[in-house]
Design a protein around this ligand. Structure first.
Ligand SMILES: C[S@@+](CC[C@H](N)C(=O)[O-])C[C@H]1O[C@@H](n2cnc3c(N)ncnc32)[C@H](O)[C@@H]1O
Length: 214
């Protein structure tokens, strides 16, 4: 009760008390950042997040985008904070459409879904307003049901990494006739579901680090 009252009073003044969670502490120790304040640790974590595609993968993804016809839409499932979306946007023709889909059910920073969605929307402001990128807030399976467009030039799969959801993504992309189907996190140890789904559909044609082409 007292805690809630204090929290309310602080909240009304845009103040909050915070302390490291066990996870934060473990993370800080692993980085040698034990002396960071809570705020600095959160920001350092956001800036240095390691789960994005790496530079080799990004270069490979760019080379795939360059093989697409500018008339064909590019579809990404799994926007997260827009990192890979911006890479896709960099490689595409200016007139080419790029749709990125996320339901904001997960993020690496543990922020609320609302904060995740609004900050990603802001992160992609330039791409949205000036470079033909459509940021869709929707469950990907709903998006698949409603999609009325032509066969995509490239489908980039990077959403839920379990076997069933990944298989649904890749199967949909095949069914709709996506010309290039690729995805991230092809890693037997960390994401066995992605590897199983890719193998179920005939295996990867090419792999660069953890980026696969079906
Ligand atoms: C690994 S992250 C994407 C990383 C991003 N492509 C990048 O490289 O920066 C996975 C994202 O997929 C989203 N996601 C998971 N399940 C989803 C679903 N059913 N529909 C839409 N998005 C989903 C999560 O909210 C999360 O933002």
């Amino acid at each position: 009760m007292l805690k809630r009252i204090i929290k309310n009073i602080l909240g009304k003044n845009n103040l909050e008390l915070s302390r490291f969670s066990d996870n934060d502490r473990r993370y800080a120790i692993s980085k040698g950042w034990e002396k960071f304040s809570c705020k600095d640790l959160q920001i350092a974590h956001a800036i240095s997040y390691e789960g994005h595609i790496n530079i080799r993968e990004a270069k490979f993804l760019l080379s795939l985008v360059e093989q697409t016809n500018p008339e064909d839409t590019i579809i990404e499932v799994g926007t997260l904070f827009g990192y890979s979306t911006n890479i896709l946007a960099l490689g595409k023709a200016e007139s080419q459409k790029l749709i990125t889909v996320d339901n904001y059910m997960w993020n690496s920073l543990g922020i609320s879904a609302e904060t995740h969605r609004l900050s990603t929307f802001a992160m992609l402001q330039d791409a949205r307003e000036n470079h033909g990128v459509k940021v869709v807030f929707q469950d990907k399976d709903e998006f698949y049901k409603e999609y009325q467009g032509n066969a995509p030039g490239l489908f980039f799969c990077d959403a839920h990494h379990d076997y069933e959801p990944t298989l649904r993504d890749l199967t949909w992309a095949r069914k709709i006739g996506a010309k290039i189907i690729c995805g991230h996190d092809y890693n037997e140890e960390i994401f066995p579901g992605v590897v199983q789904a890719v193998n179920k559909l005939g295996g990867a044609k090419k792999i660069v680090d953890s980026l696969f082409v079906l």
